[in-house]
Write a protein that binds this ligand. Structure first.
Ligand code: ARG
Length: 459
């Protein structure tokens, strides 16, 4: 039987069910690179502080390199008896370099060690999310560039409202994902904190130098309070919130694509590479990528809720409950990275169909606001103009026409203010072109947004 590292005071061996219950190595083994980097920085610091000789530090650092190579090569035997990645790595180090390996854990606890490893891991993943978010913004931007002139029936309440440029719609998503990237970068500032030197909870009697470890690892800050350092998981929660927000934005777009790809809409054609067929219905081309993404969003929210619940009743400082921080994050990380990759891959393959979008304008009376604004500009109080236009819509609907198909004399029955210049403003293109207000759907604003997003991508 393996001897436990903490086994000095124990007479009985751990129950098999307990061992299986408490181990984390089956999933935290993926932190081995971070664990080894952290230990090497710790060993160098111990040497600089005169605690290890330079020769001892070199032996430890090289021994850890050897352990990493074994793991990289798949030649490492992970042992459940050693609970977690930290003790698996350390015990192998000691096998390789002898009792000197046991000096590594001086002035350190697994409590500050695991916090460091996980911070390094979460930080690296956040960097990747940021990159993938850039790819997604670039893909939305590229589609938007092709569709400045394409008219989309803009909706509120998912009812036809006013015509917009399809580019404007796609650029709204650029804003969402740019905010997500900003959130990720901001979060990184609080993740990139070195907790090493907090030891178990109270600091240590050894003359350590946490600042040296921080700078060795290239982190931004050192912990200020050892109790906070070992018990804080805000960084995981913030990252999980970031991932949830990203998924929410992806999911909203997926929902639109699912609707638009339905032939009753026919606004978009899906790329074969991101669709699937049916085993029974030969005509089917299903938007599975979007459906899966919409579904996985719930799962990422679940990770955020799990962690919020895990920490809510924890007294200071480290509690073993905190071991539950890893699986939700690993799962959310995998999901958000794959989702962003799929979205960036699928977007260029979406074929929007401007003709079907244009054909719905008339049915939805998307130029009704234009008529009301036209009357208001002629001095008719807007509330009255609204009412007049409503009556005209009712007539057009009865005749199965658009407002622009009514005759001038029909229109003039509703208001003598209506002249034959009304037909210019009833054009859907004009409705978009005339919306020159800042941030609106007019071409001036859309082109300015395209430039700003391009600039953001270049920075
Ligand atoms: N596997 C543990 C975790 O993930 C490492 C820290 C264990 N610390 C302890 N005092 N048992 O949280």
């Amino acid at each position: 039987a393996e001897k436990k590292m903490w086994g000095g005071r124990f007479a009985e061996r751990t129950a098999a069910t307990m061992e299986a219950y408490s181990e984390s190595v089956s999933y935290d083994h993926r932190l081995y690179r971070e664990d080894i980097r952290g230990s090497q920085a710790h060993a160098r610091m111990l040497a600089a502080q005169g605690f290890l000789t330079d020769d001892e530090a070199v032996k430890i650092v090289q021994g850890l390199d050897a352990v990493r190579e074994e793991i990289d090569a798949g030649n490492f035997e992970w042992k459940v008896e050693f609970e977690d990645v930290h003790m698996n790595v350390e015990s192998r180090l000691t096998e390789l370099i002898g009792p000197l390996g046991g000096k590594l854990h001086t002035a350190r606890s697994r409590n500050d060690q695991v916090a460091l490893d996980f911070r390094l891991h979460v930080a690296a993943r956040l960097e990747q999310w940021d990159e993938l978010l850039h790819a997604v913004v670039a893909a939305f931007h590229a589609q938007a560039e092709d569709h400045v002139e394409t008219l989309l029936p803009g909706c509120t309440h998912f009812q036809p409202a006013q015509p917009v440029s399809l580019a404007h719609h796609l650029l709204a998503y650029c804003q969402m994902f740019m905010r997500d990237a900003a959130r990720v970068r901001d979060c990184l500032g609080r993740v990139r904190v070195s907790p090493l030197g907090a030891a178990a909870l109270a600091g240590t009697t050894h003359p350590i130098n946490p600042e040296a470890v921080r700078s060795d690892l290239g982190l931004d800050h050192v912990f200020a309070n050892s109790m906070d350092a070992v018990s804080d998981r805000d960084f995981v929660l913030e990252a999980l919130f970031c991932s949830s927000m990203i998924m929410a934005h992806l999911s909203r777009f997926c929902e639109e694509i699912i609707i638009w790809a339905n032939p009753n809409f026919g606004f978009v054609k899906l790329p074969d590479a991101y669709s699937t067929g049916s085993s029974i219905m030969p005509q089917k081309k299903n938007p599975d990528a979007c459906e899966i993404m919409r579904g996985k969003t719930g799962r990422v929210y679940g990770s955020l809720m799990s962690m919020l619940t895990v920490i809510k009743g924890l007294p200071m400082t480290y509690n073993r409950d905190l071991q539950e921080d890893k699986e939700p994050f690993f799962d959310a990380d995998k999901t958000v990275r794959m989702s962003l990759e799929v979205m960036a891959g699928m977007l260029p393959g979406l074929t929007f169909v401007p003709e079907t979008m244009a054909a719905t304008m008339r049915k939805g009376f998307l130029n009704a606001t234009e008529l009301a604004d036209y009357l208001a500009a002629k001095g008719v109080p807007f509330r009255e103009a609204h009412h007049i236009t409503g009556a005209a819509v009712a007539l057009a609907e009865e005749q199965g026409k658009g407002l622009e198909d009514l005759s001038l004399s029909d229109l003039q029955k509703f208001s003598p203010e209506i002249g034959d210049d009304v037909f210019d403003i009833l054009s859907y293109e004009a409705a978009v072109r005339r919306r020159t207000s800042p941030g609106g759907t007019g071409p001036g604003s859309v082109n300015a947004q395209l430039t700003a997003v391009r600039q953001w991508l270049a920075d």
